[in-house]
Design a protein around this ligand. Structure first.
Ligand code: NAD
Length: 354
């Protein structure tokens, strides 16, 4: 065994079906009585239903969360939360809503109860990415880690197939980078392989029957495992690329992860293939990068940057921005190799390790 350090986080996780009914108990367990429910405009009805169920424990709803956590939205929500004298936040939705809750918690120290409805995994991390003036900045702070996460598999039955797939691949990306990151440790590596296995089994079933409860439950469990990996250890090239493409080119978050994943994985696999063996075994392939490409194709995921809104003339600037800041990666990634990787992802070429 190589030397390692392992840090755990104080967070309560409730997982199951019908667990939404326990939100009131969770608020009271934390000693609170004045919750504000957060969501995106698209999930305002879900937020309204939660608010209604909570009755007097809820003092208001803010349904304005947006992708990449714009600071202007946070400031508007903050004004409402302050005016309502809220004592905790209930975030129902994907990473965008969780991000808004975290951004408010950073500024107020309010406790958060998160009800995730995608597989993005933000609820399991002390990480917050915010955007202002076209730039995305990411920080790690214990203040933003949600106190309670309530996973209710029923809420994912209606998650659209495309978002199920891209969000599931987003989750797998967290686990893959956790396997080779410099601060990897044996506990998180086990969880990473298990998360990839669970999603690898579940997603092909979800696309055939989105209401398959067992598959939905496995997928959400896999998302929790992968999100926990993201929260526990550092990431590398894959996340750096997606951070730049999302923050500076406004590409959609989970789709970007889906397109980049096979390419970034193959790039690193030539150097850390042994560390990636558990992931390859988890999805029953010999070579992980090409295997992920085939899995994405089978799942009907977007396969090219071109189809998710990237312009070819932006690739040079993207490569410049990606290598602009020093970040750790198991295989050194210079401007030339990053530009080549972006080109392969732009046109959707199947990666090769040879
Ligand atoms: P999202 O939260 O932006 O959701 C996309 C859309 O799908 C939204 O309109 C949302 O309301 C809707 N939606 C969500 N769940 C649904 C459901 N069950 N049924 C129907 N519609 C549903 O997407 P996402 O991929 O979950 O999150 C992306 C955001 O999360 C990005 O801003 C990203 O930076 C952030 N993120 C942060 C972390 C972190 O640790 N800080 C980790 C992962 C993602």
């Amino acid at each position: 065994m190589e030397p390692f350090a392992f840090q755990t986080f104080p967070q309560r996780v409730v997982f199951g079906s019908g667990t939404l009914a326990a939100i009131g108990d969770e608020i009271e367990r934390l000693g609170h009585r004045r919750a504000v429910v957060l969501s995106t405009p698209e999930q305002a009805a879900s937020a309204g239903a939660v608010a209604e169920d909570l009755g007097s424990l809820c003092v208001g709803v803010f349904a304005g969360a947006a992708m990449h956590t714009p600071v202007s939205v946070t400031e508007a929500a903050l004004r409402q939360v302050t005016a309502l004298n809220a004592d905790c936040l209930v975030s129902i939705g994907g990473g965008s809503t969780t991000g808004l809750g975290k951004a408010i918690a950073l500024r107020t120290n309010l406790d958060q109860i998160v009800i995730p409805t995608t597989y993005a995994g933000s609820e399991a991390t002390p990480i917050l990415g915010e955007t202002e003036d076209g730039e995305k900045t990411t920080r790690r702070s214990a203040k933003v880690l949600p106190e309670v996460v309530v996973y209710d598999t029923d809420l994912t039955l209606g998650l659209p197939i495309r978002l199920s797939v891209t969000s599931g691949l987003n989750a797998i990306a967290h686990a893959i980078e956790a396997l080779y990151t410099q601060d990897r440790n044996p506990v998180i590596s086990l969880l990473a392989a298990e998360g990839i296995r669970a999603l690898g089994v579940a997603l092909p079933k979800v696309i055939v029957d989105p209401k398959n409860r067992e598959a939905r439950s496995d997928a959400l469990y896999g998302a929790w495992a992968c999100g926990t990996c993201l929260g526990a250890v550092g990431m590398a090239l894959h996340h750096r690329i997606c951070h730049v493409l999302g923050g500076s080119f406004d590409l959609p978050h989970s789709e970007t992860h889906a397109v980049i994943l096979p390419h970034a994985t193959a790039f690193n696999e030539t150097t850390v293939g042994t560390l990636l063996r558990p992931a390859a075994q988890a999805i029953a392939v010999e070579e992980l990068g090409p295997g992920l490409y085939d899995l994405s194709l089978r799942l009907g995921a977007p396969m090219t940057l071109r189809q998710i809104g990237m312009l070819e003339e932006g690739l040079d600037r993207a490569a410049d921005l990606i290598v602009d800041k020093p970040y750790w990666n198991p295989r050194p990634a210079d401007r030339h190799s990053v530009r080549q990787l972006l080109d392969d992802a732009y046109f959707g070429r199947r990666p090769s390790l040879h």
